[in-house]
Ligand binder design. Structure first.
Ligand code: SF4
Length: 454
């Protein structure tokens, strides 16, 4: 971790447009609206005052647009080469520690959630230290991620990981299920480990990735060979996944008077003035800590049930998502025209979808709106993905943004195309059937026809 005390000069900043790069303070990413920096706090959460400092800095040194990503990282947009060092200095002066190195992610309420089988944070800290002390240092892919999940209510099972450790109860006590994954392919369990075996096993796998080269990801590993080495002669390993993803928005009751107010950023973005106003009010109401959460969430700790209800009303008035049934929860958008690569204004199309797509947005699926085929907002397949294309809009059915589309429309046809998809579900849905299962039953050809015929 670092407290960002040594901002670099503009000349030292290595800006990047490279796919697979991580836009840190030291290497911000060039986008359509200037430089972008992604920050991951090194602590469990931030105080309201610390997050206010970041929001003020976003307005002073950037465009004032703040994002929380699908993985729960904070992004500040609209920076310039001279303003990035000023941002770093402001963060350093506030004493905010920023995580560096391999991303080791734990659930947003780790250590707070009474439903988790084990607190994953001590294991994460031990692994971070082992990686930092490793000599020679490991050269790993910038976007490599390790998820350590205590398996509570606010789990990370739908967050893609190169290496995943998930707490499991067994007859012999706590075990950690180790799986290999990566975007675009199912995870492959390779071992069920006692706590003391976890760090040596993970370090061995990281050394293999280092050997494969600095672009190697979990999907490139020989899962059968690793399973043989770590689990030979043992019972079959349990499967991973299977739990519904959690949505941060709502008032979450953890018993014994412990309440968490969850809000989410509509289409992943807010502006600094709205965030500062919200933080100021919840701090007055008793908030002590804000934890960033996957699915663009902010989880507010320290409030009473009554105070959370007041904070929720204020969040709603400021444009935040406050309920799991808000249809905006079910649209995944990237930055759209704020990104230099965008061929589609994702926010405008999201607005159209909200107007005409009520039957699609029943919560059973996420409609992915991607400015280009890179698919930043959702690396995994989605039942419906709309991708910006040179000629207009391309529809991918049951795939990621990068796979071959099944249908196209243009600027004049996009509204009726979305309405056509919605009508397809409305007319064909059986009683009690979800939009997702209806679309699966109807199949790609009918979905593509409904989109193109409008
Ligand atoms: S998916 Fe969106 S944010 Fe990502 S590169 Fe394409 S346009 Fe930019």
């Amino acid at each position: 971790m670092t407290s960002c005390a040594a901002p670099k000069s503009p000349m030292e900043l290595g800006t990047s447009m490279r796919r697979g790069a991580c836009p840190s303070l030291a290497a911000p990413m060039q986008t359509g609206d200037g430089l972008l920096v992604r920050l991951r706090p090194a602590t469990d959460g931030l105080t309201p005052a610390e997050l206010t400092v970041l929001a003020e800095a976003a307005a002073a040194f950037g465009s004032g647009i703040i994002e929380v990503t699908a993985r729960g990282n904070l992004q500040i947009r609209g920076l310039t080469a001279p303003s990035v060092p000023a941002l770093a200095a402001a963060i350093g002066e506030a004493g905010i520690a920023v995580a560096e190195g391999v991303a080791i992610e734990t659930p947003p309420l780790a250590g707070f959630d009474p439903n988790e089988i084990a607190d994953p944070r001590p294991l994460a800290a031990t692994l971070r230290a082992a990686i930092a002390e490793r000599r020679p240092a490991l050269a790993l892919a910038p976007k490599l991620s390790i998820v350590i999940d205590g398996n509570g209510g606010f789990h990370l099972r739908d967050v893609a990981a190169d290496l995943r450790l998930e707490a499991r109860n067994s007859e012999d006590g706590l075990r950690w299920l180790l799986s290999l994954g990566g975007a675009g392919r199912p995870e492959r369990p390779v071992a069920l480990l006692e706590a003391e075996r976890v760090v040596p096993a993970v370090m061995e796998i990281l050394a293999e990735l280092d050997h494969l080269g600095p672009a190697a990801r979990g999907r490139d590993l020989d899962a059968d060979g690793i399973r043989q080495r770590l689990s030979a002669g043992l019972d079959p390993l349990p499967a991973t996944g299977g739990a519904l993803p959690f949505l941060p928005a709502g008032i979450h009751d953890f018993g014994n008077g412990r309440t968490v107010l969850g809000v989410a950023l509509a289409f992943a973005q807010t502006d600094s003035a709205s965030l500062i106003a919200f933080l100021s009010r919840v701090e007055e109401l008793g908030a002590t800590e804000i934890r960033l959460a996957p699915r663009h969430g902010l989880l507010v700790l320290g409030l009473s049930r009554e105070a959370a209800a007041v904070g929720q009303r204020l969040a709603f008035s400021r444009g935040f998502l406050v309920a799991a049934d808000d249809p905006r929860n079910h649209i995944a958008t990237c930055a759209g025209l704020a990104c230099a690569s965008a061929l589609m204004d994702t926010k405008v199309v999201a607005g159209l979808l909200l107007e005409v797509g009520a039957d699609l947005l029943d919560g059973s699926l996420a409609v992915h709106l991607s400015g280009c085929a890179k698919g930043c907002a959702r690396p995994r397949a989605s039942p419906l993905t709309l991708v910006g294309a040179p000629s207009g809009y391309a529809l991918v059915v049951n795939g990621t943004a990068s796979v071959a589309p099944s249908a196209y429309t243009d600027e004049n046809g996009i509204r009726s195309a979305l309405a056509g998809l919605n009508a397809l579900v409305r007319r064909n849905k059986d009683a009690g059937e979800s939009a997702r299962s209806c679309l699966t039953r109807l199949g790609t050809a009918r979905i593509a026809a409904a989109f193109e015929q409008g």
